[in-house]
Ligand binder design. Structure first.
Ligand SMILES: *Cc1c(COP(=O)(O)O)cnc(C)c1O
Length: 472
C-alpha cells in the first residue's frame, strides 16, 4: 500500500516510510492511497478469531509491501500478549442497547496502548533494517505519553521526547511517564495547554533546522500506523454483536479525532456501521463542526476528562480530505485559511458526507458525573470521565430516537477508572483501585524537566539529548 499526503504535494511513501515519518513534508497527514475493502463473506469469516489473528487479517492490506503476513502476525501476537485480558478488548453489556468496549487492559490503562504497543515493535522492526535512528517528539494530554513511553523505553535506536502541559495531567498519568527512568526517555513539562504543546511539536516537524539534523518521528495519532491498529477493535466488537448481518453504532470519546477516524476507516472497509457518535466534553469544536459546519477554535477549558481538552483535532483533516474528493490542493488552501484565522466553514460536500455517518453530542461536567453515577448504580460499572462522555452521548441519542432501538450502541471505554480516581470518587463515593499490574507507581522516583512554553528552549533540549541522523 502507498500513502499520500492530505495536502497533495509531498511524495508518496510505503507503509514503512509513513510509519517512520512525522508530518508529511507539505504539512499534511499520510493516508492510504485507497481504502481496502472486505466483502461481507470475508468479514463473516473473521468471526471468532483470537484478537492477534483478527488484527493481522484486518491490517495486512495496509502493510503489504513492507511486512509479510507471517511477520505481521508475529508482531500482533507479541504486542497483544502483553494485555491483561485474553480477549484484549472485551465487550460488556450495560442494558438492552448499551455496551462498553473495554480498551484499557494494556500496560498503561488507556486505549492508546492498543496502537502504541504495536507501533513500538514496528519502529524496532523498520529501524533494524538499516543504520537509521529515530527521534520521537510528541505532545500528550496524558495518555499518549505514558503509552508511547512504555512502548519504546529501552529500545535501541530510538529517543523519545514527550511534552505535557505542566499541572494539567492527572497524578497517575504523570507518574506513568516520569517514573520510567530509561535513558532514551525524556519527559518535558511545558507551561501552557495541550494545544500549545501540540503546536510546538508540529512546528518542529516543519522546521528544516531540526529535521535536517534529526530523523523526527511521531507517536501522536498523526502517525497513520496508530489509526490502523485502532480499526481492529471496531471489527472485533461488531463481529461479536452480529456483523456483517447486523449494523452496529459506536460512541467514541473524542479529542484529536484519531479513535473515531479509525471507525470511519472500518466503515470504508466494509464493516456495517450505522452511526459513529463523536462525543466531546465542553471543548466542543468537533460537535460544532458536525452540527453546524463551523470549525472554529475556542479556548481550552480544563475538564475532568483531560485527554479530550483539545480545540484543534489533527485527524479531522483526514476526514475533510476524504470527503472533499481527496483534492489535496483544495484542502491545503482550506487548512491554510484555518491556520491563519483559527476558523473555517466546512464545504457542502464535507458537511453532507460527514452527516451520513457521524452524529455528535457534547457533555458538561454535571452530565459526566450523572453518567458515572448511573453506570455505577444501575450496572455496577465504574467509568472514567472520558468513557462517561461517550456513554452520555450514546444514551442521549438513543433516548432522543436518533438511533434505532434494535441497533446496539458500543461506547469505547477509553481509560481505566483508576486513572482518574478523583472524578470517579466524587461521582460515586467509590475509590477505584489501581490494577496490580501498575505496581508501586506512587513510590517510584520521577524524572522530568520543566521548560517554559518557548519553542527555542524545547529545540535546544532536544538537540542536546537526541542522536543526529546517521545520514546527516
Ligand atoms: C486520547 C484519549 C481520548 C481521545 O482520543 P482521540 O483519538 O484523540 O480522539 C479519549 N479518551 C482517552 C482516555 C484518551 O486517552
Amino acid at each position: 500500500m502507498d500513502y499520500i499526503s492530505t495536502r497533495g504535494s509531498a511524495p508518496a511513501l510505503d507503509f514503512e516510510g509513513a510509519t517512520l515519518a512525522g508530518l508529511a513534508s507539505d504539512g499534511g497527514l499520510y493516508v492510504p492511497r485507497e481504502w481496502p475493502r472486505f466483502s461481507a463473506d470475508e468479514i463473516a469469516g473473521m468471526a471468532g478469531l483470537p484478537y492477534a489473528q483478527l488484527a493481522a487479517k484486518v491490517m495486512f492490506p495496509f502493510v503489504e509491501g513492507s511486512l509479510t503476513y507471517e511477520r505481521l502476525l508475529e508482531l500482533t501476537t507479541q504486542a497483544y500478549g502483553r494485555f491483561a485480558h485474553k480477549a484484549v478488548t472485551p465487550l460488556k453489556q450495560l442494558d438492552e442497547q448499551q455496551w462498553l468496549l473495554e480498551l484499557f487492559h494494556g500496560p498503561t490503562l488507556a486505549f492508546k496502548d492498543v496502537a502504541l504497543q504495536l507501533l513500538g515493535l514496528l519502529f524496532e522492526e523498520f529501524l533494524g533494517r538499516s543504520d537509521r535512528n529515530l527521534t520521537i517528539v510528541g505532545a500528550t494530554s496524558g495518555d499518549t505519553g505514558s503509552a508511547a513511553i512504555d512502548a519504546v523505553a529501552g529500545r535501541a535506536k530510538v529517543n523519545i521526547f514527550m511534552l505535557h502541559p505542566h499541572g494539567r495531567v492527572s497524578d497517575v498519568q504523570r507518574r506513568q511517564m516520569t517514573t520510567v527512568l530509561a535513558p532514551n526517555v525524556h519527559n518535558i513539562a511545558i507551561d501552557g495547554s495541550f494545544d500549545d504543546a501540540q503546536a510546538m511539536v508540529k512546528r518542529m516537524f516543519n522546521d528544516r533546522a531540526m529535521t535536517d539534523r534529526f530523523a523526527i518521528g511521531a507517536v501522536n495519532s498523526i502517525n497513520w500506523a496508530r489509526l490502523m491498529a485502532q480499526v481492529v477493535y471496531y471489527f472485533a466488537a461488531a463481529l461479536q454483536l452480529g456483523a456483517p448481518q447486523r449494523k452496529i453504532a459506536f460512541s467514541v470519546p473524542t479529542g484529536n479525532f484519531g479513535d473515531v477516524f479509525a471507525g470511519y476507516v472500518a466503515a470504508q472497509m466494509g464493516l456495517p456501521i450505522e452511526k459513529l457518535i463523536v462525543a466531546t466534553n465542553v471543548n466542543d469544536i468537533l460537535h460544532r463542526a458536525l452540527a453546524d459546519g463551523d470549525y472554529s477554535q475556542g479556548t481550552v477549558t480544563p475538564t475532568a476528562a483531560p485527554s479530550m481538552d483539545i480545540q484543534v483535532s489533527s485527524n479531522f483533516e483526514r476526514l475533510l480530505f476524504d470527503l472533499n474528493g481527496r483534492d489535496g490542493l483544495a484542502l491545503s488552501a482550506q487548512m491554510a485559511g484555518f491556520e491563519m484565522t483559527k476558523g473555517m466553514q466546512l464545504t457542502n460536500a464535507q458537511r453532507e458526507g460527514a452527516s451520513a455517518l457521524f452524529q455528535s453530542a457534547r457533555t458538561d461536567g454535571e452530565e459526566m458525573d450523572e453518567t458515572i453515577r448511573w453506570a455505577w448504580e444501575a450496572c455496577g460499572e465504574l467509568l472514567d470521565p472520558h468513557t462517561a462522555c461517550g456513554l452520555f452521548a450514546a444514551r442521549s441519542l438513543a433516548q432522543a430516537g436518533d438511533i434505532d432501538p434494535s441497533v446496539p450502541i458500543v461506547t469505547l471505554a477509553t481509560a481505566h477508572p483508576a486513572k482518574f480516581p478523583d472524578a470517579v470518587e466524587r461521582a460515586t463515593g467509590e475509590h477505584p483501585a489501581l490494577p496490580a499490574r501498575v505496581g508501586d507507581l506512587f513510590d517510584r522516583e520521577e524524572k522530568c524537566v520543566a521548560l517554559s512554553g518557548e519553542y527555542d528552549a524545547v529545540c535546544a533540549f532536544v538537540a542536546e539529548h537526541a542522536t543526529p541522523r546517521a545520514d546527516g
